[in-house]
Design a protein around this ligand. Sequence first.
Ligand code: DGJ
Length: 731
Amino acid sequence: MIRYYEKERIFKLDTPHTSYVIGIVDEENFIGHAYYGPRISDAGVGALMRTDEPPFVPSKNNRDRSSFLDAFPSEYPGNGVGDYRESAIEVLDANGNTAVQPLYVKHEIYAGKPGIPGLPATFADDGDCETLEITAEDAILHLEVKLYYTAFSDVDVITRSVRVKNLAKEPIFLTKVMSAALDMDAEDYEMLTLHGSWARERQIEQRKIGYGRQNVASTRGESSHQEHPFVALVSENCDQEHGRVYGFHFVYSGNFLAQVEKNQFDSLRIIMGIHPQDFRWELSEGETFFAPEVVLTCSQQGLGGMTRTLHDLYREHLIRSPYKDKERPILINNWEATYFDFDTEKLLAIAREAKESGIEMLVMDDGWFGCRNDDNTSLGDWTVNEEKLAGGLKHLVDEVNRIGLKFGIWFEPEMISPESKLYRAHPDWAIALPGRTPCRSRNQYVLDLSRKEVRDYVYEAVASILRSANIEYVKWDMNRQLTDLGSAVSGARGQGELLHRYVLAVYELQERLIGEFPDLLLENCSGGGARFDPGMLYYSPQIWCSDDTDAVERLKIQEGTALIYPLSAIGAHVSDCPNHTVGRVTPFETRGNVALAGTFGYELDITKIPKEDRAQIPGQVAQYHKYHALIQSGDYYRIASYSKNHAYDCYAVVAKDKSEALLTFVQVINRPNYHSRRIRVPGLAPQKRYLLEPGGEIYYGDTLIHAGINIPNMWGDFQSVRLHFTEVTEA
Ligand code: DGJ
């Protein structure tokens, strides 16, 4: 709910348990931030706005203007006129000046939430949210800046986005447009972020906030393995159940900046948006720039509260796929099974064996097109290699269907190999700088998707393959990051637009794809999980989480991922051992239990793995069918973290109605001569009784919640158990 108090010039935005308060200040109409946190009463909120106290005195004679602006809690700070903290917006005008200061002009409040043209964004029915649209303007530049705030009524989320319109006759360059800024008291908050690398994505890090600016960012053209477009402020002693947490998450898949700045007055300024490095967007008269959305959430129930809010938001208000609530087919992918070395017969042999075990879909990964027998060639040449696939693709798909499996296929549409027919025909289609040999990464270049003819080629290449056979799943991969940022056609003024136009192009291509193939199950991927972000979730309900399929490494990767993403979005497979990335040998059962906290599938040669492992697959398939609805829709509770205790990991998924729960415990390292571990099971109903499987004992909810259950020490490292609690309903 959103209200405007005209006398006080205060906006109050409420979600079920949080409030956000904005004030319009002084006759110059500064847009100020008054409060964000747990829900508060309406009465007296005007008093929260800091206006005329030192050092915030807005002097009418302008003498002390800089001390005011440098401390004023601003909703969208301008540049170059007195606020020395990080700005939200910067320009390059016809005079070569960079200053800009958006001030309040008018506002509107309405039911519902507008989409953002060309960009992914959360959505909701009119009854489920309200939007505040504040129009601000820099009257000198004739630059209009609209600030959008949506308050949801079913989740504790406020979203923000920004639109900038040039009302002047002359063009202007935007050199920075952040999507959100938030000023607040520093109190004792620490900064939690996710960092990583290839095969080590989204590791949780928490650090003290020092004076000055500290940020996470990507300038790699995608959200990246290395840092994540997310930052949380976490109060001291906050844990999974207690403490205040603010989460900021960027709904975008390209360069980003997420920064926390602590200033001389112990205030924090958080900003989030497209990274200004290499960004310069020309806006002609009447044109609008749309900045992507930021999700804000505040939890008083610690990190767990934030996690469950974001899971609900993404499941209900971001993922659009018809697969959102459907059981995903259990797939077997041939990448770790065969790499590039496969043919029709090998794939069919895998399919036959997979069918016997209850697996439901075969996914043919990299290597089916052009002359691609390794990663040196053929990206861009999307024609079936009939030497490998004798009889063609349709024949293979029909045969797989005849065996009783669905069929899925891999593409890397955004890329071009220097060794390809496409590159020989169109060398200028690769992103490159004049006179410089572009940097190769995995022996490939990136296509200049800012060009329409390139997008059209890419789209037709993918779509014509999909039209040619009964293909029900696509893995859309992206295996290198962007460098040598030059487009052969955009001219000097347009080069600074390339990175954002590239991301817009990826969105456009995927939108076209799911438009033409509405029943397609699309899984995004980027060298594992380098483009696992809310932006991509708008197009695909699941994203490949990491190329590291080792069950132990996955505990950390999936912990960081599940901190902010629902399990239904996390691509997770059982693979063979020794694990291809780390060489570790773990029990097949544990690999299955860990992959169950995701979309679940296999990534191995089922015709070659040990018989004892193969024999376990039907049981794992059955457990997937039994638990999938719960895992897909339930509330996630992190109970213990191997990343912190270096010994064991534990998490549970509890049904929304608290009628059942599935707890997974992994004893990573055996501790000799040790007693059982007492594990408390949060999220259950205290008054309910629960039947435990395996075992058949009955437990009281309050006992499980407060005292817990004893999990005996197990023989060996990497052991795991799954405990299923179901409500006992009879008297
Ligand atoms: C990277 C992906 O993450 C892998 O799963 C696989 O598809 C390879 N690319 C294929 O090149």
